[in-house]
Design a protein around this ligand. Structure first.
Ligand SMILES: CC(=O)SCCNC(=O)CCNC(=O)[C@H](O)C(C)(C)COP(=O)(O)OP(=O)(O)OC[C@H]1O[C@@H](n2cnc3c(N)ncnc32)[C@H](O)[C@@H]1OP(=O)(O)O
Ligand SMILES: O=C([O-])CC(=O)C(=O)O
Length: 371
């Protein structure tokens, strides 16, 4: 048996959702560059789930369905209040809350495809509600209801901050949601597929995916990036800080990628938005610092910035609390996780690879008093 540590380069599924070919990323055959510039997050979610871009009527109906699910029951909100224990990380809250949603859906078995589409809309809508509601509850702020004439991106910022959303900010946030929506068989999507391949349900798959995304080598990296930028403080400190980290063999978060060795095609879009938003909001040094780190790490280690790198300075400039960066990633990626889980159900086989045993063999068992 031969092994590939971390399953690098192993193809384990066929998919018609997302393709990464020679460094180019597309969703259902549409280049990420076009989608980032022109598509709303709702159009992208629809595309990932239905494999075609919605026409006017389909988009209108889909947005209405999403909006109608943007609610949380009083008893659910009550439970969320109890989750605000000291130092509770919103990613842990989100994981627990998504799992809890299944309790409110008594017929959540996997088999009914139509019911799974309705459930998909429910989950996508509730992700925004859970994150914003939890944040406002922990700050003891009154809850803000979504508005039907706002987009998904606008509603999220509106419910989070409780004030009208600036057009450039909503453009930047929509773009970030589009860029994070799917990414082939990344660790959390693979986790979701492994989970539902046992014929477990969407809630379980989503809970498992959130758990995998949380780690700092995956989606959790965006929060680590802002932590690093905060430690660095000024653009002048950036290179000495990174030099020292590299000398100590520590990783620079937001840099490097398993698949992209030359560059992550999403990073340039987030870089542009980070530049614009930090400038507009009077904090260009976060962008300048990031740019210095990116060039230095690329030059000295050959590692490119990944999707988590420039999203950090951009979200910070949007006034998003740092511990919500990864939950926001999860909110966007819910669209991709669901697309993959539906694809897995449609052509399922249990996922069960093998391991090569390298431990001792033929040992003689001795009773405990003889060991
Ligand atoms: C949405 C996402 O999940 S994007 C990724 C988010 N994660 C991060 O940003 C965390 C930082 N980056 C990393 O840890 C890695 O680049 C990963 C996990 C993303 C990819 O990992 P892998 O393909 O498994 O590469 P691996 O971790 O084996 O690294 C290969 C070599 O590059 C080095 N390297 C990789 N990334 C970094 C980094 N960010 N900083 C410093 N060195 C790095 C490793 O130390 C290793 O060096 P060595 O061969 O001398 O031991
Ligand atoms: O694909 C990966 O390994 C990680 C990643 O960039 C993502 O999930 O967006």
């Amino acid at each position: 048996m031969s092994t590939s540590k971390g399953l690098e380069g192993i193809i384990v599924a066929e998919t018609d959702i997302t393709s990464i070919e020679e460094g180019n990323l597309s969703y259902v055959g549409y280049s990420i560059d076009d989608l980032a510039e022109q598509a709303s997050f709702e159009e992208v979610v629809y595309l990932l789930w239905h494999k075609h871009l919605p026409n006017d009527e389909e988009l209108h109906n889909f947005k209405t369905q999403l909006f109608n699910e943007m609610t949380l029951s009083p008893s659910f909100i009550e439970q969320l209040k109890h989750m605000h224990v000291e130092n509770a990380h919103p990613m842990d809250v989100l994981r627990t809350a998504v799992s809890m949603l299944s309790l409110y859906d008594s017929e959540h078995d996997h088999e009914d495809r139509e019911a799974n589409f309705d459930r998909a809309v429910l989950l996508q809508a509730k992700m925004a509600m859970i994150i914003t509601t939890f944040h406002r509850l922990r700050n003891k702020d009154s809850l803000v209801q979504p508005k039907q004439d706002l987009s998904y991106a606008e509603n999220f910022l509106y419910m989070l901050h409780g004030k009208d959303v600036d057009p450039l900010e909503s453009k930047a946030f929509n773009k970030a949601l589009v860029l994070h929506a799917d990414h082939e068989l990344n660790a959390s999507t693979f986790t979701a597929r492994v989970c539902v391949a046992t014929l477990s349900d969407l809630y379980s798959g989503l809970t498992a995916a959130i758990s995998a995304l949380k780690g700092p080598l995956h989606g959790g990296a965006n929060e680590q990036v802002i932590k690093m930028l905060m430690e660095i403080e000024t653009a002048e400190n950036a290179i000495p800080y990174v030099k020292e980290k590299i000398a100590n063999k520590e990783k620079i978060m937001g840099m490097g990628h398993r698949v992209y060795k030359e560059g992550d095609p999403r990073a340039k879009h987030l870089k542009d938005m980070s530049k614009e938003i930090t400038k507009q909001n009077g904090m260009p040094h976060w962008y300048e610092m990031s740019e210095k780190i990116e060039s230095y790490v690329k030059e000295t280690k050959g590692l490119p910035a990944n999707v988590d790198f420039y999203s950090a300075s951009m979200y910070h400039a949007l006034g998003v609390p740092h511990d919500l960066f990864t939950p926001i990633f999860a909110m966007s990626r819910t669209s991709g996780w669901i697309a993959h889980m539906l694809e897995q159900y449609a052509n399922n086989r249990l996922i069960r690879p093998r391991a090569e045993y390298v431990g001792p063999m033929n040992q003689t068992f001795k009773p405990v008093n003889k060991r």
